[in-house]
Design a protein around this ligand. Structure first.
Ligand code: PLP
Length: 413
């Protein structure tokens, strides 16, 4: 590695204003974890919190916990914390359900608000669940809606007067490409359409200002950069101006104006609570809060700066040390144009990633040929970049990835 030494990277860690955060996460000593974009690491505080919820709140306080320990309002309390991370106001966000489910609710609301228009603009290579949920909803409604799939650089032109909703993911899950939320939202509004932004790969990874961009609706994931734990509840954002104007279709009792009045007929809440359906997973919400509390103490500008620098170094080192082994950059080279991940295309990406994981560098593989590395600035160190590339180089130089055991497909890649 011609221009740097490992000591240079240790030096960067010494001067890193975020360095102390690493110690707040449980991470095996010799592991380099570059998959926080798929499952964030565990905040150490989550362990004690989980135990407390189980032993004291559930075990001792039982049903009284809904009031006494704040269970009933947890989804709203966490929503307000998430709101502060994504440029939303208090009362505009709830932590609840799964991303796909929240997307379904919002899309249905948005289509109701744009009756008569039939086109939904999406990006075809988006994470599949966004497409699948939309296709399922269209079929169910049976009103002749259609999806207009646009390539990333044709999205603006695809937003025409017949569009009801523009539904996009801000940071592409495979390539890390960052879309221009402000420009796209402006174009959508200019033709009278609404926007839904999926923040799965951007919430907690970079500064987001939903209200400054005048966004209508948004969803996002709790278990990626927010470090909320496996299968953590997702979140849902409804701009104040849309609350009470349209009903989401899953009108369960928690979305009712007075859940504990137990009335026979449905009356919508009219607030952000209307986006709920029913009882929420308290254990999962409780540990999600631990991830949010750590994140809220970090400066988002510091996070973004470190994220860009980590990714820049990783790209530079992989290209200089492993370029001749056939890696092709799939991520925008310009740091401002990407999220917090770096992806390369390689024909043997799957086996290479398996060999890397065996050598304690965890990233992941996305079919057909993408090796993906997430850089979570809260706990990834600069020296990890150096060490990860050194191990990758060894695997390529000595053809270690050709071992048959790295070429057997597993269920989760
Ligand atoms: C991770 C991710 C999801 C996850 O959806 P779930 O319903 O939580 O399984 C959805 N959309 C995008 C863009 C994602 O990256």
């Amino acid at each position: 590695m011609p221009n740097y030494t490992r000591e240079d990277f240790l030096k960067l860690d010494e001067n890193d204003p975020l360095a102390a955060f690493r110690d707040e996460f449980e991470l095996p000593e010799d592991l380099i974890y570059l998959d926080g974009n798929s499952l964030g690491a565990m905040p150490k505080s989550a362990k004690a919190r989980a135990l407390d919820v189980v032993e004291r709140e559930w075990g001792q306080d039982l049903i009284t916990s809904w009031n006494k320990n704040g269970w009933f309002h947890l989804t709203e309390k966490l929503g307000n914390k998430i709101a502060s991370l994504i440029g939303a106001a208090s009362g505009e966000v709830l932590a609840c359900d799964a991303t796909g489910l929240n997307l379904y609710k919002l899309l249905s609301m948005a289509l109701d608000l744009r009756e008569g228009r039939k086109v939904i603009v999406m990006e075809g290579s988006n994470f599949p669940t966004d497409n699948y949920m939309t296709q399922g909803l269209i079929k169910q409604r049976g009103q002749g809606h259609e999806i207009r799939f646009a390539e990333i650089d044709q999205i603006i032109d695809a937003i025409t007067e017949d569009v009801a909703v523009v539904s996009l993911t801000q940071v592409h899950y495979k390539t890390g490409h960052l879309l221009d939320m402000k420009a796209i939202t402006e174009k959508a509004h200019a033709v009278g359409a609404l926007v839904i932004w999926d923040l799965c790969h951007s919430a907690g990874a970079l500064p987001i200002d939903l209200n400054k961009c005048d966004v209508d609706f948004a969803v996002g994931c709790g278990y990626k950069y927010l470090n909320g734990g496996p299968g953590a509840p997702a979140f849902i954002f409804v701009a104040k101006r849309h609350q009470g104007t349209a009903a989401q279709p899953l009108t369960g009792w928690w979305s009712h104006a007075a859940p504990f009045a137990f009335e026979r007929d449905y009356r919508p809440s009219g607030t952000i609570w209307q986006s709920l359906t029913g009882t929420q997973p308290i254990l999962s919400l409780s540990v999600l809060e631990c991830g949010l509390d750590v994140m809220m103490r970090a400066d988002m500008a510091d996070l973004r700066q470190k994220s860009i620098t980590l990714c820049d170094y990783f790209i530079e080192l992989v290209e200089s040390e492993c370029g001749k082994y056939g890696f092709e950059l799939a991520t925008p080279r310009n740091g401002e144009a990407r999220g917090s991940q770096v992806s390369f295309r390689h024909d043997y990406g799957y086996a290479i990633m398996q060999a890397l994981i065996a050598d304690k560098v965890i990233g992941d593989f996305r079919a057909p040929n993408i090796v993906r590395f997430g850089f979570t600035p809260l706990y990834v160190r600069y020296v990890d970049v150096w060490d990860a590339v050194a191990r990758l180089k060894k695997i390529m130089k000595y053809d270690l990835w050709k071992n048959a055991k790295y070429n057997q497909l597993t269920a989760v890649t």
